[in-house]
Design a protein around this ligand. Structure first.
Ligand code: NAD
Length: 487
């Protein structure tokens, strides 16, 4: 297990000398200690990335792509190792880590490896006598700050397009879940990424993260995390007017119409909220049910939620593991009281599991709460296995409830009516909408939000554009044409 900072192609100790304990959320035991990167370490990492930029930028795009493709292959070849590490550190059920986290990470690096040399410029039809072309140029050193809920996968979402486009990277993983990122750094070195193109500085947000967001030599900060920290990042970035990309919180609406295929909607809605213990920005955390099918749906949904196997994430039978930290478990549980204080009714869960073998871990049972759509639990992101239920009478009311939060990241709807599917998808204010499914993602499809869920898009060509800027070049191709008044 790598436990030091990765800077300039080497694993190094923190110049400031701090340490962070990494906790196993299954029983809160200490897995290992890692070096804590602070501001001074970020300065060294940015300097290394700065030094590596000119050569990386001039490296043929196809060669940058080749390294990313090779990395994807090597991750796949180590699927089990990465799955175990991610599961141990985050609490993701091992079967999710094997089937989703690791394959999606490899797929994302592969996608960006494939399009590295396919980002083309434009030729613009301008006045006769001139040729105007627009080329996409990398930004320089980009800072990337990621949260703890999908640490490995988010490395690929962020580093894939940044590196493909010719930028160099300083990435700060969450202080809670640095292990798979450090292992990835080691693999990137083996694969042949030149020293300094990728630098990893685990550390706390208020020190390492803040320094990265403020750094004058960083051209862009790409942040995934909470809306509150996103706001701070915008302020910290103002010094050198660096670009900012924000993937923030969500409060996904999941609407079930009375013409939905109920078993599919029940299954999909359970995945929408309980996958990864609900720790997903796009989680379908608000069930919005047509009043005609609400009771039937809830009965089946609660039966399914009750049957979810909670346990040690390393057990292949486990369907729901622990939340990632004790602090977060307590925060999620505190929302039960918040709901009840505002007249909410707990239909299921809201507790820690009975099983004594899980008592030391960060476990929370699947929780279903009936609440008014103005209640705090329907407006604030809980980020746990906690879903609210509201009902509606017609399409307009469903849309109004769906749009009643300040967030706008993901949302879903279940219906067999084609026209309704398109109409409601159009009316939901969010960056992504799923019809008769939930939480689908693909490296080619833009991912991001609106409103308090942030701005900018990851994945797809959109992401390549976000990691480059347009340079417009004017060529006077007519030697006779005066540049100013004829003399
Ligand atoms: P967080 O905002 O507390 O932390 C995210 C990262 O920012 C961490 O690495 C943290 O160390 C760092 N950080 C904290 N304070 C900082 C500061 N002042 N300056 C710079 N960096 C700082 O979020 P979290 O609790 O780690 O993650 C959960 C949140 O992330 C949820 O709100 C969730 O919705 C959001 N999220 C969003 C997306 C998306 O794509 N929209 C994806 C996953 C998670």
């Amino acid at each position: 297990m790598q436990n030091r900072l990765f800077i300039g192609g080497e694993f190094v100790d923190s110049v400031a000398g701090g340490r962070i304990e990494v906790i196993n959320p299954h029983d809160c035991s200490v897995i290992t200690e890692i070096a804590e990167g602070r501001g001074e370490d970020v300065d060294v990492a940015v300097a290394a990335a700065h030094a590596a930029f000119p050569a990386w930028r001039r490296t043929a795009a196809a060669e940058r792509g080749r390294l990313l493709l090779k990395l994807a292959d090597e991750i796949e070849a180590r699927r089990e190792e990465f799955a175990q590490l991610e599961s141990l550190d985050t609490g993701h059920p091992i079967r999710d880590a094997r089937m989703l986290d690791v394959p999606r990470t490899a797929a994302c690096f592969r996608y960006f490896g494939g399009i590295a040399d396919k980002l083309q410029g434009d030729v613009i039809p301008v006045d006769p006598g001139f040729l105007n072309y627009v080329q996409r140029e990398p930004l320089g050193v980009v800072g990337q700050i990621v949260p703890w809920n999908f640490p490995l996968m988010f490395c690929s979402w962020k580093m894939g397009p940044a590196l493909a486009a010719g930028n160099t990277v300083v990435l700060k993983p969450s202080e809670l879940t640095p292990l798979s990122t450090l292992r990835l750094a080691e693999l990137m070195r083996e694969v042949g990424f030149p020293a300094g193109t990728v630098n990893i500085v685990p550390g706390y947000g208020h020190s390492a993260g803040d320094r990265l967001a403020r750094h004058p030599d960083v051209s862009k900060i790409a942040f995934t995390g909470s809306t509150a920290v996103g706001r701070q990042i915008v302020e910290s970035s103002a010094g050198n007017l660096k670009r900012v990309q924000l993937e923030l919180g969500g409060k996904g609406a999941n609407i079930v119409f009375d013409d939905a295929v109920i078993p599919a909607a029940v299954n999909g809605s359970a995945f929408a909220i309980f996958h990864n213990q609900g720790q997903a920005c796009i989680a379908g955390s608000r069930l919005i049910l047509h009043e005609k099918i609400a009771e039937e749906f809830l009965e089946k949904f609660i039966a399914l939620a009750r049957s979810i196997r909670i346990g040690n994430p390393l057990d292949p039978a486990t369907e729901m593991g622990p939340l990632t930290s004790p602090l977060h478990r307590d925060r999620v549980l505190s929302y039960v009281k918040v709901a009840m204080d505002e007249g909410g009714e707990v239909l299921l869960g809201g507790t820690i599991p009975d099983d004594s073998s899980l008592a030391k871990g960060c476990y929370v049972t699947p929780t279903v709460v009936r609440a008014h759509s103005d209640a705090r639990v329907c407006r604030e992101e809980v980020f746990g296995p906690f879903v609210t239920v509201a009902t509606f009478a017609d399409d307009d009311e469903a849309i109004a409830i769906a749009n009643s939060t300040d967030y706008g990241l993901g949302g879903g709807l279940w219906t067999q009516h084609l026209g309704r599917a398109h109409r409601v998808a159009d009316a939901i204010r969010s960056g992504m909408v799923w019809v008769n499914s939930y939480k689908r993602v693909s490296p080619g499809s833009p991912f991001g939000g609106t409103g308090m869920s942030g701005y900018g898009r990851e994945m797809g060509f959109e992401a390549m554009r976000e990691y480059t800027e347009a340079k417009s070049v004017w060529i006077n191709v007519d030697a006779q044409l005066p540049a100013w008044y004829p003399r």
